[in-house]
Design a protein around this ligand. Structure first.
Ligand code: CP
Ligand code: NVA
Length: 320
């Protein structure tokens, strides 16, 4: 059965740990696995499609696919027939015959689901309106490097709790057995369906979920503090209103004083200093954002190796 990665909960707790172990191994030995080379999958090309702009995701996938012996085929918005002249399902049926994996940054989660339903090669969500699961693999890898473990830690996310990063922090965090707290203003809290899914996964892993409008309640003794832009891609028209709306949920030195003394700070980037995070915090000693950005490379390579193996397209790596 082909394995896809469309949402954080597509991996169980044990599978998520396998991917993170593989990521650690690939960080130590960049060339350890070559699933896309020579006798690997038999198809060297990996399609990477962007309907929205990107720096980290684009570069980390391009570099990572090369490291894995593959050739990245980057397709920018409007450069293919996809979405305007041709359906998603027809596009998938063409691509699955030519490429090893399909990576797609897009708007609607339903588009990714349609692509996956019509593809015999793995489909990876490189960010949708609803989730950013590849980012969370990098974030969890970074937390584990600093804290030695994930299960039992408290992760607090402040700001726009109705966006893709908040949803992925909830789902990936509880999958790892973490206590995930999110705090934002009324009207910008997570969809109840996401909260239910996170609570159900937390039941299995020993994690927990807290949804609140009280930043102080969420921050108390947190081990990890995270935030994201208040203005996600596609919301540019709401910029002024949003910069006002989330003001009480900024990650600044006053917020950090309420977290654990050794708390680390995450931000998926790009960051807007003086809005969701202050310059002294993101550029200060508790920030691990540059390692977090680098870990996109290692975590996504691990994910690609793992999906290829678990889809029966290549051999199983020793860490899995
Ligand atoms: N964090 C992240 O996904 O960055 P890009 O939008 O630059 O890819
Ligand atoms: N929430 C942000 C994440 C960017 C990586 C957005 O969707 O624009």
């Amino acid at each position: 059965m082909t394995r896809h990665f469309l949402v954080d909960t597509d991996l169980t707790q044990a599978e998520q740990a396998e991917v993170l172990d593989l990521a650690d191994a690939l960080k130590k030995d960049r060339w350890k696995y070559q699933p896309y080379a020579g006798e690997g999958s038999g198809r060297q090309t990996v399609a990477v499609i962007f309907d929205k702009t990107s720096t980290r995701t684009r570069i980390s996938f391009a570099a990572g696919i090369s490291d894995l012996g593959g050739v990245p085929l980057i397709i920018g918005a409007g450069e293919s027939q996809l979405g305007h002249k041709e359906s998603i399902s027809d596009t998938a049926k063409v691509m699955e015959r030519m490429v090893s994996t399909i990576v797609w940054r897009t708007y609607a989660q339903s588009g990714l689901e349609e692509m996956a339903a019509n593809s015999s090669v793995p489909v990876i969500n490189a960010l949708s309106d609803d989730y950013h699961p590849c980012q969370l693999l990098a974030d969890l890898m970074t937390i584990r490097e600093h804290k030695g473990t994930l299960a039992g830690l408290t992760l607090t996310y402040l700001g726009d709790c109705a966006n893709n990063m908040a949803n992925s922090y909830l789902l990936a965090g509880v999958t790892a057995g973490m206590h995930v707290r999110v705090a934002g203003p009324v009207g910008y809290l997570p969809d109840p369906a996401i909260v239910d899914a996170a609570a159900a996964r937390a039941e299995e892993t020993g994690g927990s979920v807290m949804i609140t409008t009280d930043a102080a309640e969420a921050l108390a003794s947190a081990d990890v503090v995270a935030t994201d832009t208040w203005v996600s891609m596609g919301q540019e028209d709401e910029k002024a209103a949003r910069q006002e709306l989330f003001r009480d949920y900024a990650v600044d030195s006053a917020a950090m004083a309420q977290a654990a003394q050794d708390a680390v700070v995450l931000h998926c980037l790009p960051a807007y200093r003086g809005y969701e995070i202050s310059a002294d915090v993101i550029d200060g000693p508790q920030s691990v954002v540059w390692e977090e950005a680098e870990n996109r490379l290692h975590a996504q390579k691990a994910l690609m190796v793992w999906l290829m193996a678990r889809s029966g397209l290549t051999g199983i790596p020793e860490e899995a």
